[in-house]
Design a protein around this ligand. Structure first.
Ligand SMILES: *[C@@H]1O[C@H](CO)[C@@H](O)[C@H](O)[C@H]1NC(C)=O
Length: 269
């Protein structure tokens, strides 16, 4: 039975690039997919093998399979990477690198390549780096008493060890978490309103803040009279109706004025 087409293609790439059989040659990445938080440092673990009797001439990483002047572009010579890239490996079998201060633009496939005195090898299919930022997902308006769930969203799945931190108006919160990246406000109070943001413990990146607006009906409705004290027949008086609510109440349903003898009672309904 013929091997499936992608396998044939894969083998052809290796043979074309290196001009040798894949028996003793190889590069492996562990893990082969990395989800990293913006601004963090990423370690791409990598090992490589080649037959004995070869001398390593050059080891480097690249992010393109397209050659420039007959060679794959060396990432360490790319001004966008050179300051942030650190080769932690060696010239025997370890090809680990660290990339620091990752940005969303660094989301890419990366390949390790090594050239020996005789042959060359590129570690296809590479390691896939996805860089994510954090976004707070929250309902725009909630009513006092509602159960509210805020989620700290990332575009890829961060490791299980990621511990999320929540902030309200830049102050860290201690409220209970439902799931790791969720903040549960069980019975939301008006004091819970504010600007929420989230972060991952041990990392600098912090999400943009999102406003949580808590609606509540008018309370502490009161009327005040100006001027206060005794009023003489013919005076003008101003009645001020005030209440605490969100959004602010604009309409008073009605004012009831009752007169008994010389006492006037004013009430709201
Ligand atoms: C490769 O080097 C890195 C960085 O020095 C190290 O953490 C890792 O354990 C090494 N891997 C192997 C297989 O030796």
């Amino acid at each position: 039975m013929a091997p499936p087409l992608p396998l044939v293609f894969l083998l052809m790439i290796h043979v074309c690039v290196s001009g040798v059989s894949s028996a003793d040659w190889g590069v492996s990445y562990s893990p082969s997919h990395i989800c990293a938080l913006k601004d963090s440092s990423v370690i791409m673990r990598c090992t490589y093998t080649y037959p004995t009797g070869y001398k390593i001439k050059k080891v480097f990483w690249t992010k393109t399979l397209v050659k420039h002047n007959g060679e794959h572009p060396d990432l360490s010579e790319d001004p966008e990477y050179s300051q942030r890239l650190q080769y932690l490996g060696d010239k025997q079998k370890n090809c680990t690198i660290r990339l620091s201060h990752v940005t969303l633009k660094d989301s890419h496939k990366y390949y390790f390549k090594f050239n020996t005195d005789k042959d060359k090898w590129i570690g296809y299919p590479g390691v896939t780096l996805t860089v994510t930022d954090l976004q707070v997902e929250s309902p725009e308006r909630v009513t006092e008493g509602d159960s509210v769930r805020l989620t700290c969203k990332s575009s890829c799945t961060l490791t299980d060890r990621a511990t999320f931190i929540w902030y309200r108006n830049s102050q860290p919160l201690t409220e209970r978490r439902d799931r790791n990246n969720e903040l549960l406000l069980q019975s939301v109070r008006r004091e819970d309103a504010g600007r929420y943001s989230c972060a991952v413990h041990g990392h600098n990146h912090i999400s943009p803040a999102v406003q949580l607006n808590v609606m509540y009906p008018p309370r502490s409705v009161s009327v005040s009279i100006s001027p206060s004290g005794e009023i003489v027949s013919g005076d003008s008086v101003t009645l001020i109706c005030s209440s605490d609510s969100n959004p602010p109440a604009v309409t008073v349903a009605g004012i009831l004025i009752t007169r008994r003898g010389d006492r006037v009672t004013i009430s709201l309904y």
